[in-house]
Design a protein around this ligand. Structure first.
Ligand code: SF4
Ligand code: SF4
Length: 109
């Protein structure tokens, strides 16, 4: 019998947390764990400063950032959009943003 090996060439690409399948870490899907209620600070992206490098999307641990295709100066880019139902306000995205385009504002409830 051949040993099982993970198929590292097969990429699973999800546009947002809403497309995630059920996972072992959760009783249901991550969709049901709306961690946005944890937030005391709200990250806000300043799109005037954003250079679409997607570091925020890459490092968001939730993940609470999804991407929308847009055109910037004639080129196709992916625009990061924060899903506040899931963003827990850890501010890792702001820490990783190379141009400091993400600002934290106090959450109002
Ligand atoms: S604050 Fe944390 S959870 Fe929210 S978008 Fe940034 S990295 Fe993700
Ligand atoms: S890390 Fe900053 S510059 Fe890069 S896509 Fe996110 S908000 Fe934009």
């Amino acid at each position: 019998m051949k040993p099982w090996k993970p198929d590292i060439d097969r990429k699973m690409v999800f546009k947002s947390v809403r497309e995630y399948p059920p996972m072992a870490v959760s009783l249901y899907t991550m969709m049901f764990n709306k961690t946005g209620t944890w937030r005391t600070v709200r990250p806000v992206i300043n799109y005037e400063k954003c250079v679409y490098c997607l570091m925020c999307w890459k490092f968001c641990p939730e993940p609470a950032i999804y991407l929308e295709p847009i055109e910037v100066k004639g080129k196709e880019r992916m625009k990061p959009i924060i899903d506040y139902d899931y963003c827990k306000g850890c501010m890792i995205c702001a820490e990783e943003c190379p141009v400091k385009a993400i600002e934290g504002v106090e959450e109002e409830r």
